[in-house]
Every structure is written in structure tokens, then in C-alpha cells.
Design a protein around this ligand. Structure first.
Ligand SMILES: [Mg+2]
Length: 377
């Protein structure tokens, strides 16, 4: 079986509210970081000579983003690159593609997702089955609450508690007083037993991370993600030594995973299809967490339906994903491109069981959500 064509559909979908993070970089918050209210996606259809078409998703594209060769993410360029790299290949060649195709995590992930979808449809198996089998029928999700005034957050928290969520992640790192006020209010509403982790998105330096976390630890926090610049692995180890809260970090490559393990810098790997470049590559990173005796969860760039289906296949087939994952896309976006509705049960997202990803594109949605990626500023 060979790939014969790739089609790319640009779409845009609004978020439930304009989401804000610390926008942190290299241990400093970015006061100019803008809230995100509309997200852009490229939905892929990868056609094979057997007639089977697999789907993939380049998730939540920042218009300023570039491909690894520095060329723009515009539709013509991306479609051309995908065709030149994929046409003539077999979708079974996942290891070869992991060596020869590198267009960055988001694009690699879309390719990998489409290949798993094709292979599943060809063999009459789910992507989860191909990735290791259905260890779980649904995946534990932590609701991600972005930075806004404490009172503005209350209806969001009350709604998610009513839906049965028992795990949450708070974006923090713009203002420590406001962060503490939000966490305190959350504990007053939901009590101290709920699973609550923080994500500072690299807004702090080592000293700030230690003093802020010592200040916040009385709220029984489950973890702190990216407290400082992720490239400062020694600094992260220093923070870990100084505080009691487990440290989580995004891990996209095996090299970085080994670096974290060698420095004893983290407790939990945050792994994702979009970060690593698909299910196949992500499995190799999760295996390092497993070998090192660390925990793991699925992070997210906030995927739409196709991307979420790929993440679920990874989570459902990987026993080491034992912490709540950030798969909030199906509830954060106001619309989707799929025919199938998502099923939630008390904060757990049901894993599709049909062949391939177990989800399919609604052509009318592709049309109604059609939206070109804006030109970068
Ligand atoms: Mg994060």
C-alpha cells in the first residue's frame, strides 16, 4: 500500500473563552502575551492506492509559526511539503518516517495520525489496538483553567465539578497574588481532595519558583509544571530539591527525557502526540519514563477532534499514563470537524473503538469552519 495524495483543509474554531497563560520564556513571564480566542488547524486527508483515506490534524497553529526549514505554514507550502515527503511511501513505514521525515512535532504528528488511521482501517483494528491495545476504555482528564480574575473563573469551576471532573490544572505565573487568590478560592469551592496541578509556563526563575511554591504548598498541590525555563535542567533539579510538590515537564524527545532522568529533575513526564510528533515517537519517550520509574500524563496544545482521537489512542494503550491528562479540546472548542460526538463520564473521555481513529470528518463542518491561516504579523 502506497500513499498517492495528501489534501489539506484549513479550519478555525473559537474557544469557549479567550485563554491566557503567562506566555513565559526563559524564566520570565511575557506581559505582552495575548489571549487566544480563535484556533487554526490544518485537517489532513492522506489517500492511498488501496482507496483508504487516513485523517490527521496539524493542531492549534500559531500564525507566526514556521516549518523546521524556516518556510511559512501557509496552505500551499504545507500541502507541497507533505506531498513531496509522503507520496510513494508506505503508511506502515513509521520507523523509517521517524528517521527521514521531520517537519516539526505538529506536522509529524498529523502524518503519524493519518498513518495509524489508514493502517487501522486496512487491518480492521483501532489505532489504540495497533499502538498496544485497549488498556482502558476512557482516559482521565484534568480540566485546564486559564489565567483570569478569580471571580470570573468560578462559573467554569462549578460547571466542571457538576460534570464530575475531579482533576484540574491552573495556568499561573502572571501575578503570584492573583494565583494564590484563585487557588484559595478553588479550594473553598471544591475542597482540598481534588487533584490540582499548576502550570507556570516558564514564567519564573529558580528563586521565584522555590519561594512561590513554598508559599502555595499549603493548598495541597498535586504538581507544578514548567516552573522555570525547561532548558535549565540543573535549575529544575534545584527547584525539585527545594520543594515538596512534584515537578512536571513537557518531554518531546528521547535526548531531553534522558537529560531530565540523569539530573533527577522531574517526577512526571508531560508527553503528547503533538509534542513528540505522533503516537509512534511518543511511545519511545513514554518508555523512558517507565524505565526511570517516573509518572506520565498527556499534555496538549488543545487539539480538535482528530488530534484528540490520536491522543486517546496513545493514552489508552500506554499503562504509564497514570496521571490525569490535559485533553480538554472537545469541551474547550465551540465546534468540531467530526461526525461523532464525544462521550464524557465524570471527567473521563471515552476512547473510540472503531477501525483506525474511530472518528470521521463531516464534510459540511470542513466547509462551514473553513478559514485560511492569517498571514503572520
Ligand atoms: Mg504546559
Amino acid at each position: 500500500m502506497k500513499i498517492v495524495d495528501v489534501r489539506v483543509h484549513p479550519v478555525a474554531v473559537s474557544r469557549q473563552y479567550a485563554t491566557l497563560t503567562s506566555g513565559g520564556q526563559e524564566g520570565r513571564q511575557n506581559p505582552d502575551a495575548a489571549p487566544v480566542d480563535l484556533s487554526y488547524f490544518y485537517i489532513l486527508e492522506v489517500e492511498t492506492d488501496s482507496g483508504i483515506v487516513g485523517i490527521g490534524e496539524i493542531s492549534d497553529i500559531d500564525p507566526g509559526m514556521r516549518l523546521v526549514d524556516g518556510s511559512p505554514m501557509d496552505l500551499t507550502n504545507v500541502t507541497g511539503k507533505l506531498r513531496s515527503q509522503l507520496v510513494g511511501r508506505s503508511p506502515t513505514d513509521l520507523e523509517r518516517m521517524s528517521l527521514e521525515v521531520d517537519q516539526g512535532g505538529l506536522v509529524n504528528c498529523a502524518i503519524d495520525t493519518a498513518c495509524y488511521d489508514i493502517l487501522g482501517k486496512a487491518y480492521g483494528a483501532s489505532a489504540t489496538a495497533l499502538a498496544g491495545g485497549h488498556l482502558r476504555k476512557s482516559v482521565w482528564v484534568s480540566w485546564v483553567a486559564y489565567i483570569r480574575e478569580p471571580e470570573a473563573m468560578v462559573p467554569e469551576i462549578e460547571e466542571k465539578l457538576a460534570q464530575g471532573f475531579d482533576a484540574f490544572k491552573f495556568k499561573v505565573g502572571r501575578d503570584i497574588d492573583m494565583d494564590e487568590a484563585r487557588i484559595k478560592l478553588f479550594r473553598e469551592i471544591g475542597g482540598y481532595d481534588l487533584n490540582l496541578k499548576l502550570d507556570a509556563n516558564a514564567a519564573w526563575d529558580v528563586d521565584e519558583a522555590i519561594s512561590y511554591m513554598r508559599r502555595l504548598e499549603k493548598y495541597n498541590l498535586t504538581g507544578i509544571e514548567t516552573p522555570i525555563d525547561k532548558n535549565d535542567v540543573a535549575g529544575m533539579a534545584q527547584v525539585r530539591q527545594a520543594i515538596d510538590t512534584p515537578i512536571l515537564e513537557h518531554v518531546s524527545t528521547q535526548d531531553y527525557a534522558l537529560d531530565l532522568v540523569r539530573h533527577e529533575a522531574v517526577d512526571v513526564f508531560n508527553v503528547s502526540t503533538v509534542g513528540c510528533g505522533g503516537i509512534y515517537r511518543a511511545k519511545k519517550v513514554i518508555a523512558i519514563a517507565e524505565a526511570a520509574g517516573l509518572h506520565a500524563l498527556l499534555g496538549s496544545t488543545v487539539e480538535l477532534g482528530v488530534g484528540t482521537a490520536a491522543q486517546l489512542a496513545l493514552a489508552a494503550s500506554s499503562w504509564r499514563i497514570d496521571w490525569p491528562s490535559d485533553l480538554i479540546g472537545p469541551l474547550m472548542y465551540t465546534d468540531d470537524v467530526l461526525n461523532e460526538p464525544w462521550e464524557w463520564d465524570n471527567g473521563y473521555l471515552r476512547v473510540p473503538e472503531g477501525p483506525g481513529l474511530g472518528v470521521s470528518l463531516d464534510p459540511q463542518k470542513l466547509q462551514s469552519l473553513h478559514h485560511a491561516l492569517p498571514t503572520a504579523r
